[in-house]
Write a protein that binds this ligand. Sequence first.
Ligand code: MIC
Ligand code: SF4
Length: 652
Amino acid sequence: MGLNATKKIIKSHLLDGDIAGGKQITISVDQTLGHDLTGIMAAQILESVRADKVSAETSVFYCDHNTLATSSENADDHLYLKTAAQRFGIYFSKPGNGICHFLHCQRFAMPGKVLIGADSHTPTSGALGMLAIGSGGLSVAKCMVGEGFKLAPPKVWNIALTGALRPGVSAKDIALEALRIFSVKGGIGYILEFTGEGVRSLSIPQRATIANMSIELGATTAVFPSDQVTRDFLKAQNRERDWTELLPDPDAEYDKVVEIDLGGLEPLVAEPHMPDLVKKARDARNVKVDSVFIGSCTNASYSDIAKAARMLQGKKVNKDVDLTVAPGSRQVLEHLVRDGILADLVSAGARILECSCGPCIGIGQVPHVNGVAARTINRNFRGRGGSNEASIYLVSPETAAATAITGRITDPRDVFDVDCLKGCNEPEEYKVDDSMIIAPGDVEDNLAVSIIRGNNITQLPERGALKDPLKATVAIKLGDNITTDDIIPASSEILRYIANIPRFAEFTFCYTDEAFVDRARRLKSSAIIGGENYGQGSSREHAALLPMYLGVEAVIAKSFARIHKENLINYGILPLLFRDKDDYNRVDADDVCAIDDVYAQVDKGEVRIKVVNKDIEFETILDASDFDKRVLREGGALNYLRNKLKNNKDVA
Ligand code: MIC
Ligand code: SF4
């Protein structure tokens, strides 16, 4: 049997383990990325473990999330990130240059290579036939200094696309359709590999939209083939030399196969507050909307915005709607300006924002209380847009434009002759200008650069080895699908303290349970009870680091999202699974959980919990590799890395 495209990449990068076996494998890493939230963390880690220069082929820090700098803390963070990039030999993309995933596809992504990024939407680069996986800053920092990336045994799910999209139906609708069918948990444990004649009809930005939202399905990543479309895109970016073909063997095997007929799709929306609450746009037509946003790493390409602009040409944005547009990168913006498309948008009444994440993460354009927004972004969790009371609908650029005109969720085909969108394609040749990227080579002596650390940037908290025995009181009991935005919410007000752990920690679970922080502090040693898919969403490792800082020793849940589980292990918190999910009902907030012989039980992967105050016991599973168990015993990956780099230096 032949190999699929995913396994071809894994095979060529395999450092340890067997691609056909059921155990964790280790792969080598060619590229890494981080940004002004997660990259700060990665830089703090590199400093804390006294790393020299990074050794990955290409490492990039993008300044794209907190670019508004509404406070001096943000500006301090940017200066820290820039100087740390220069010190450690990392590319630095200046604010305004664009959103990390967008820019990575344009300027760095390469077929057949492995990218590990400190952001959950790193899979976007899978559009170019890369294996691009999101992880926490700590795991990414490890890859930067030459450690391989550890991956659960990969199961590959083939999504075969047949037919072609009809006008007015968008790549976003393919992602939403997949969410409708498979849910936010459907992809857990899988790498999605897209094949079929339908793929050939999709441009790289369209493939990027789909790969981007693979994380919303819970998947590890998504891989597209590298074909003539990929070659043409790289040529248009003046990077044809980076192209290699990557196709599955004709007799490639997959763990699962499904087919989606693109010709049968309709414009869709995801209702608040989960990306899988999908229905037809026409069935949501009574929803009145106050604001519309076209942008984010999912939908801010030239063709996305050109289509929306074509629909708005000669029309006005509805009087009750606020329309904002943020192009994905400066390259996109420049093409829109040169082609007069921006003028059409401005004349229709759109407000143009800078090329950054912005409203997607509540940095600007926070909806009013109980406001309703339609956005082309990828997640609509409660609180995501900076307000816990707002409702966000996920839509395509075409649906966004139609909605901006009517003031209600609108299927684009109901207000526009969508056949006229056919000519809105990507430019044949992009205007390439990397002057907003500072390359490592632009600095004479990297090791001589001093990192500028503003007052807001604290040292990372340290913790000792895993306690044995362990006693922890349940500080909070939660339901299913708890997101990292629930654990530590976004918005500029909160994220200004991203590098100041004691201040940032004050916001832990602030929307869910205002008393959590005080309780956890008082308890000193605590546990969290979660339902299914605990920690879904972003790679925000502060969702593990802050609980660790507040004394959380274990999270006991029905299931975990992959990146968050990695982050828990990295920060020395035990991620335990209820063996019998009904035991979830037997343990409550304030119960005292005790674990004896912790090291022995961790090694066995089976941990028995005694609920002291109820005199009951139940079994949990620690589904972790031998390496992860070692990291847990050492009290987390920071301790592990510190010890390892110190030993390497001692030997040298
Ligand atoms: C997000 O979309 O939630 C973010 C902000 O990009 C995060 C990164 C972070 O929380 O720092 C992500 O997706 O990983
Ligand atoms: Fe930025 Fe939003 Fe994409 Fe996260 S999902 S990288 S916040 S645009």
